[in-house]
Design a protein around this ligand. Structure first.
Ligand SMILES: *[C@@H]1O[C@H](CO)[C@@H](O)[C@H](O)[C@H]1NC(C)=O
Ligand SMILES: *[C@@H]1O[C@H](CO)[C@@H](O)[C@H](O)[C@H]1NC(C)=O
Ligand SMILES: *[C@@H]1O[C@H](CO)[C@@H](O)[C@H](O)[C@H]1NC(C)=O
Ligand SMILES: *[C@@H]1O[C@H](CO)[C@@H](O)[C@H](O)[C@H]1NC(C)=O
Ligand SMILES: *[C@@H]1O[C@H](CO)[C@@H](O)[C@H](O)[C@H]1NC(C)=O
Ligand SMILES: *[C@@H]1O[C@H](CO)[C@@H](O)[C@H](O)[C@H]1NC(C)=O
Ligand SMILES: [Fe+2]
Length: 469
């Protein structure tokens, strides 16, 4: 470790003028080994899957941002006995629900499963609610009243705690991850895709979408989760006659894509406090000339770093991953988008998919042009840090086959379950911590102070001095 620090200091002195630089400071493959245990979904009668009491009671309540600037919230819920009422009343206090929004409901069939009545309702003008918003639904039958904190108005120094969870599923480990996230606390979750893993059950048993909705409600009804679409949302099963990709997901989990001029729900952007978050779809076309490519080009040009200095991207499949699981699956998107991400100085790129944890140094691999042979990632202070956090603890178990030796771009990696929180302090500094499930909720296993690429572009922040294992 002393060696490593010395080398970094030399590099800083010699190479401050060049953006791209190499160093031999090695990354860490954590020696921590989590206990291998059977990975089974929690049984259908588990406490976390309990149906709320009362006739036709709204269940599976979840909220997500309803516009681009955090002044709207979309509320979704399911009723099972009859459609009932899609109206949401909301306001500043439980006894002062003086605003109303009219929602809609939908249903879908999947093979021989028929969903309940899935309601979606967007609450607008939230700036009227100074801090807490209370909302109620289920009129005519069982009314449930819940609450969330109204998102702060975007601005360069607005602090915000962004939870980071991926590939959660519904095992006992998933429950640990959620419990630990609740204990560390965050204002919203950027969810890296792969929600319920219903498709791991015979006939893609969509009842497992319902159980996941009831399980996750205890967090996502009270703070917005921002959804990235994963491969387990595709649900493409021609053998079952199900040929419309993303059918259950799109019926259940709306995204505010229209607010950022995206034609599809799978890629879009939102502003939250001092962050501009761009969600990409690994499972939609992204080659040049496709809608997603054109959208991203326009989107990156429209980001205002004076207003939202923190530029974050998320895609389900990681661009940098040193695990044999899903190795190189994110490579086509990296090749297509990495230059753009470096050019605009993206701060962080989050992914899931690989059921392990990994954080990169600031690296880029954008010199290669087929004939020049320069295809090795190099240290690059202009570049994002890549974080793979597909370690929510789902039914498929951990991805426990790292490639050896650890590639030079990889700063820290471990085959465990956990979650992370990005604690944005102001326009220049954000404290990032990854929490391993096995340690209990309060022990961070990988921590870094990130500095902002717009306001502190030359600061080398991706080589932390101190780590815990
Ligand atoms: C899930 O976690 C919660 C909170 O810790 C706990 O109350 C509940 O009993 C757990 N459920 C299962 C099935 O482990
Ligand atoms: C769907 O089909 C499976 C397999 O035939 C069967 O076990 C299940 O009970 C059916 N479900 C419904 C709702 O009909
Ligand atoms: C739904 O409930 C609200 C609140 O009680 C009420 O104002 C509205 O008329 C109801 N809508 C329908 C279609 O019954
Ligand atoms: C960018 O944001 C700043 C701060 O909110 C604002 O003053 C400025 O007008 C914005 N620039 C553009 C081009 O919208
Ligand atoms: C590829 O890079 C090499 C080395 O820099 C350069 O000589 C060559 O012209 C480049 N090829 C193209 C097509 O740009
Ligand atoms: C930003 O936050 C960091 C970490 O808390 C602090 O050291 C720094 O002084 C803050 N900068 C400003 C301008 O407040
Ligand atoms: Fe995945």
């Amino acid at each position: 470790m002393a060696m490593c620090s010395t080398i970094v200091v030399v590099v800083v002195l010699v190479a401050t003028a060049t953006a791209a630089e190499e160093t031999r400071c090695p990354g860490t493959t954590s020696s921590f080994r989590r206990k291998q245990a059977a990975m089974e979904d929690m049984p259908m009668d588990a406490d976390v899957f309990a149906v709320p009491p009362g006739p036709n009671a709204p269940q599976q309540v979840h909220i997500t941002l309803g516009d681009h600037a955090g002044t709207a919230m979309t509320v979704s819920w399911v009723t099972t006995e009859e459609a009932g009422n899609s109206t949401v009343l909301y306001g500043r206090a439980m006894d002062k629900l003086d605003m109303a929004a009219e929602g809609t409901h939908t249903r879908y069939k999947y093979y021989n499963y028929t969903s309940g009545f899935i309601h979606h309702c967007t609450l607008t003008n939230l700036e009227m609610c100074i801090r807490d918003s209370y909302y109620a639904m289920g009129f005519g039958h069982t009314v449930r009243t819940l609450w969330f904190t109204t998102p702060p108005r975007p601005g360069p120094d607005v602090p915000f705690r962004l939870g980071l969870i991926g590939d959660l599923g519904q095992t006992f480990h998933s429950n640990d991850t959620l419990t630990h996230y609740e204990a560390t606390g965050g204002d919203a979750v950027l969810f890296m895709g792969d929600l319920s893993y219903a498709d791991k059950h015979p006939l893609h048993d969509n009842n497992r979408w319902d159980t996941w909705g009831r399980f996750s409600e205890r967090s996502v009804a009270y703070q917005p989760w921002i959804w990235v679409t994963g491969n387990h949302e595709v649900d493409y099963a021609p053998e079952l006659g199900e040929t419309k990709p993303f059918k259950p997901f799109t019926h259940r989990y709306p995204t505010p894509h229209l607010a950022s001029d995206s034609p599809e729900p799978y890629w879009y952007s939102v502003k939250l406090a001092s962050a501009h978050i761009i969600v990409l779809s690994s499972y939609s076309a992204f080659a040049k000339y496709t809608p997603q490519y054109k959208w991203l080009e326009a989107e990156l040009a429209s980001v205002n770093r004076s207003e939202t200095p923190w530029l974050i991207m998320a895609s389900h499949s990681p661009w940098y991953n040193s695990n044999n699981f899903h190795y190189m699956e994110g490579e086509p998107m990296r090749v297509q988008f990495e230059q753009m991400a470096v050019d605009v100085r993206v701060d962080l790129v989050f992914s899931g998919h690989v059921h392990a944890y990994e954080r990169s140094f600031r690296v880029s691999n954008i010199r290669y042009n087929i004939t020049d042979g320069q295809c090795t990632p190099v240290r690059d202070r202009r570049a994002p840090v890549y974080i793979t956090i597909g370690d929510g603890g789902n039914i498929e178990g951990p991805a426990d086959e790292m490639t050896h030796p650890q590639p030079a771009y990889s700063a820290f990696r471990e085959d465990s379950f956990g979650h992370a929180v990005l604690d944005i302090k102001n326009r220049t500094h954000a404290y990032y911590a990854w929490y391993r499930n096995d340690d209990g909720a309060k022990v961070a296993a990988d921590t870094v102070w990130f500095t902002n690429r717009f306001h502190m572009p030359n600061h080398d922040d991706s080589t932390p001095k101190k780590r815990h294992y």
